[in-house]
Design a protein around this ligand. Structure first.
Ligand code: PBG
Length: 325
């Protein structure tokens, strides 16, 4: 009997390392976010997110074709409207930018799985995710607007509704609204556990959704809390969520793990804008090996218990996965 344990036996060459590998990242895990804007011939890079663009509808097809070509099964659509108002009327307008984009995408690529982000902050003049009165973000009046936005997205052809607003009861209200409108077959991916995070900074540049007063801490979660994540997820499961999202990703791997331990629903990790921008900036300076750092992050999400990963890196990951075969 040997006097110590030889772990290195199972690491000695690539074949055995492949054989005992516990987790994999596959192209099927990826959800690619897209920003659509009004206007013509727009493909503008977002300054704080090199490699990520605003697309007008007439330039969108080239991007979607590439996503499909790469075998990425799913996208999530974020819309930046030309006009905003107090109640975010473009959010649920039949000709709102998101609805138009979804129709166009589904027409060209019926089998690409299209997820709609359901929130009001890109559409409201105050930049909050709900209805505001006297400087307060009101919960219950927001639910009706959110349900009606989800219905408009489903009518446009969205395959899945992903509400990110963090009002109480949003899954309940949206599920009811969808069911009454005949969309009982459309699943809800709830941003169940969403923290009030500084990592959303570049997204707010991209979506023009920075709150015009105050911050989101009265509805998004305190980064100090983990047990509260279980309460948030439990209520969304009870209200009818089909998948659960944890957001941001990397600073919250423990939360993904805890949610995985408690719930059997598929879990999505959102690798958010700030996480993308930090690695991109370091990579552009040649300070890190971009592919290795990104793939290590992705495997971290899988190891923590995520089934799916929403990431601005999806196209690059898909290419790296092909190259690695
Ligand atoms: C809107 C929303 C946000 C993100 C996705 N949906 C931003 C926010 O709460 O301000 C952030 C995504 C990212 O940073 O990549 N509610």
């Amino acid at each position: 009997m040997s006097s110590f344990i030889r772990h290195r036996r199972l690491r000695s060459n690539d074949s055995i390392r492949r054989m005992v590998r516990e987790h994999q990242v596959q192209v099927d895990d990826l959800i690619y976010p897209l920003f659509v804007v009004e206007g013509e011939n727009v493909k503008n890079e977002i300054p704080s997110m090199p490699g990520v663009y605003h697309f007008s509808l007439d330039r969108l097809n080239e991007e979607i074709d590439e996503v499909v070509e790469l075998g990425i099964p799913s996208i999530i659509v974020f819309g930046v409207p030309a006009e905003k108002d107090e109640c975010g009327s473009q959010a649920d307008h039949d000709h709102g930018i998101v609805q138009k984009a979804i129709r166009q995408i589904k027409e060209n690529h019926p089998s690409l799985y299209v997820i709609a982000d359901t929130c009001l902050c890109q559409f409201t003049s105050h930049g909050h995710c709900g209805i505001v009165e006297n400087g307060e973000i009101l919960n219950d009046p927001s639910l009706e607007r959110l349900a009606s936005t989800a219905i408009a997205q489903a009518q446009a052809g969205a395959d899945m509704i992903a509400p990110s607003n963090m009002m109480d009861g949003f899954v309940y209200a949206i599920r009811q609204g969808l069911d009454e409108a005949g969309f009982e077959h459309i699943p809800i991916l709830s941003y169940a556990v969403k923290y009030a995070s500084a990592f959303y900074g570049p997204f707010r540049d991209a979506a023009h959704s920075t709150p015009q007063f105050g911050d989101r801490r009265s509805y998004q979660m305190d980064p100090a809390n983990a047990r509260e994540a279980i309460r948030e997820a439990a209520s969304d499961v009870a209200e009818g969520a089909d998948l659960l999202m944890v957001k941001p990703g990397l600073a919250y791997l423990d939360v993904i793990y805890r949610v995985r331990e408690r719930f059997d629903l598929p879990i999505v990790a959102y690798h958010v804008s700030g996480e993308y921008s930090m690695v991109k900036a370091a990579a552009l300076n040649d300070w890190v090996d971009e592919e290795k750092v990104v793939m290590e992050t992705m495997i971290g999400f899988k190891r923590a218990g995520a089934d799916l990963i929403l990431t601005y890196y999806a196209k690059e990951i898909a290419k790296w996965l092909q190259g690695g075969k």
